[in-house]
Design a protein around this ligand. Sequence first.
Ligand SMILES: [Zn+2]
Length: 200
Amino acid sequence: MISDSTRIRIGAREAIQAAPGHMPVQQALHWLSAYDSPRPAEGMRLFMTPSAYVRCCAHAGSDLVHEVGGALVGRWRVDAATRQPYQVIEAVLPARHTRHGPAYLTFTQDSLVALNDDLEERFPGRLMLGWYHTHPRMGVFLSGQDLWIHEHFFPEPWQVALVIEPVTRPVDSSCGTRQVASTHTPTPASTSCCATDAAA
Ligand SMILES: [Zn+2]
């Protein structure tokens, strides 16, 4: 079980404000998942660097039987011109010490401690923007267990959950995203993009 002290350690951060930046729309390839709304994004927009995308897909495809997952790392910004918030996912951290099976993934206390240690050591100044995990042969959705993990370990309103179906469709067209509104109720992210380069 995850102890209360771990929840506090992971969830209790000082209030983080998004710094102004320039949304890298011109450098991005639009990536519209079959699970996302085709309408223009109104809330948070997500961008992913090519290296983060490749590493995420590689990890997702490394086990087509059991669920795998990890953390999304990068920057949270507000576009200086439009005031629209956006994130640039620059790296992924595969989670270690997980318990997983064909239809579940659980982060252990050691998983969460290791992810935070890796973030501080390898990506100082970057944020844990959220988490990702796979649903082999199950489609893209957030299960009750997923919602519990998101609520308890990624409670910031700007943190996102990325679900990847690595088997039944090509990985690059089956990644669905969910972003959390201020109520912490997951809603479909209306836009997700793969940036051609990091920009902020
Ligand atoms: Zn799941």
